[in-house]
Design a protein around this ligand. Structure first.
Ligand code: SF4
Ligand code: SF4
Length: 434
């Protein structure tokens, strides 16, 4: 088990038993060309073009980039600026739905007959990115740097953020596809062993996952690890510590300790791309919080948040907060025109937040230090950031902060520590690129 972290009330009972429903594609999708870590994709369509479901509309623009595909069939009405979570924007391909849902001809394959490079190439061309939130291109993760070796693969089924239950439902309803995806990833990396990490609030999945693993008779052993509930266990570094008792060094990556971590839905997307020829054009997300009908929904990428909320009976009033993701690491949206993207794990509607005047000076209680899973001293870092002492922030490793929010959550003075650290990191980056 990792040091620090917090035990949170999980609020998962709101949607845990809700079977995944398919949301009908909207009349119009807005598909951002920058919805992954790395360089935005280059558009390969223009206004007036007709496109099919699954057709390439944005191509990889570099090693760390991703392909983007149309999630519906219809006509491109333009390439426009669209809102992203956190007040950012991106150029996006806007497509008007023709209502036919005509798809490209998918290529079915027997993955066991494919070479490693072919599998990685299919994953790259299918636009698969990490679906836990970070949206890091999966083909890059599968390209191991010289001198490193992937000894094991961890399937991240923790879903440790409160409220979210989409990954739980995917494991329950699609166990076959998830496990097959894990086997494909493992075999591609030539890993000796794989693990499925879940928290104890998903313990009921163990018999199903075990039966599924046995059914595949994988030649690479897969072990299921049931972990005590503790946030942020779903962070790669902390999952590795909990499952393997290995520490990823400061500034390092999981591969530095011989490990590669994939999210549950990413494994499923890998399997669907490799075996069925389906690019990544939809995902399952949880819609929860102050909505009349909380749900786990399969949603086409590019669907406006407003359409999803409408389907779930949300009445958005002034001051309410809409968060894409969970309450701890999710990012607020300021307009419901924001589209669902590949990394959208949930849509959470919360009541009005505390007003800024409730923020008090630090009382040096030390609680933030106790809970920081990265062993930082948030109280001091917060003070340096407030005073714009970026060199001090850098010296005291603000770049190691994973923005988990444990410090802000526990702070009795309600200090906006994570916001301060995001600001500090952005300022340090500005200096580094000069
Ligand atoms: S947000 Fe950063 S500083 Fe705060 S607890 Fe998490 S890792 Fe530590
Ligand atoms: S938890 Fe808040 S009040 Fe306590 S030491 Fe940290 S910043 Fe200060």
């Amino acid at each position: 088990m990792f040091q620090g972290g917090v035990k949170l009330i999980d609020f998962k009972e709101i949607s845990k038993e809700k079977v995944i429903e398919n949301l009908q594609p909207p009349e119009k999708v807005v598909i951002p060309l920058s919805q992954h870590t790395g360089i935005p994709s280059n558009p390969v369509v223009k206004k007036g073009d007709t496109v099919l479901k699954g057709q390439l509309i944005g191509e990889n623009a570099g090693f760390i980039s991703s392909a983007i595909h149309s999630s519906i069939s219809g006509t491109v009405t333009g390439i426009e600026k669209c809102p992203l979570p956190g007040g950012k924007t991106s150029p996006a391909v806007v497509i008007e739905n023709d209502g036919k849902d005509t798809s490209i001809e998918p290529t079915k394959r027997n993955w066991q007959e494919l070479k490693t490079e072919e599998i990685v190439s299919i994953i790259r061309e299918s636009g698969i990115v990490g679906m836990g939130g970070a949206a890091f291109p999966s083909a890059v993760k599968l390209t191991i740097p010289p001198g490193k070796k992937a000894e094991c693969v961890l399937l991240n089924g923790c879903e440790c953020e409160p409220f979210l239950t989409a990954d739980y439902r995917v494991m329950k309803e699609e166990a076959d596809r998830v496990v097959e995806g894990l086997i494909i990833i493992s075999r591609t990396l030539k890993a000796k062993k794989s693990y499925i990490g879940i928290e104890s609030n998903k313990r009921d999945l163990v018999p199903l996952l075990r039966d599924t693993i046995n059914k595949f008779g994988a030649d690479t052993p897969i072990e299921i690890k049931v972990l005590l509930e503790k946030y942020p266990q779903g962070s790669e570094k902390h999952l590795i510590k909990s499952v393997l008792n290995k520490e990823v060094p400061s500034g390092g990556l999981p591969i530095d300790v011989g490990c590669v971590v994939f999210n549950v839905q990413t494994a499923l997307a890998v399997r669907d791309a490799v075996c069925e020829g389906h690019p990544l054009i939809e995902r399952v997300l949880t819609v929860t919080g102050l909505v009349r009908n909380p749900k786990n929904l399969r949603v086409r990428i590019g669907t406006p948040v407003s359409k999803v909320l409408e389907y779930c009976g949300a009445e958005i009033k002034e001051g309410m907060k809409i968060i894409l993701g969970g309450p701890m690491m999710g990012i607020q949206v300021y307009t419901t025109d924001t589209p669902v993207i590949k990394g959208t794990s949930g849509i959470l509607v919360l009541p009005e937040e505390d007003l800024p005047e409730n923020i008090q000076p630090c009382i040096r209680c030390g609680k933030c230090v106790e809970v920081c899973p990265m062993r930082l001293v948030p109280a001091d870092l917060g003070k340096y950031a407030e005073n714009q002492k970026w060199d001090r922030c850098n010296e005291f490793n603000v770049s190691d902060c994973i923005e988990c929010g444990c410090c802000s959550y526990i702070c009795p003075a309600k200090r906006p520590l994570v916001d301060l650290f995001k600001w500090a990191k952005a300022e340090i980056r500005k200096v580094e690129v000069k």
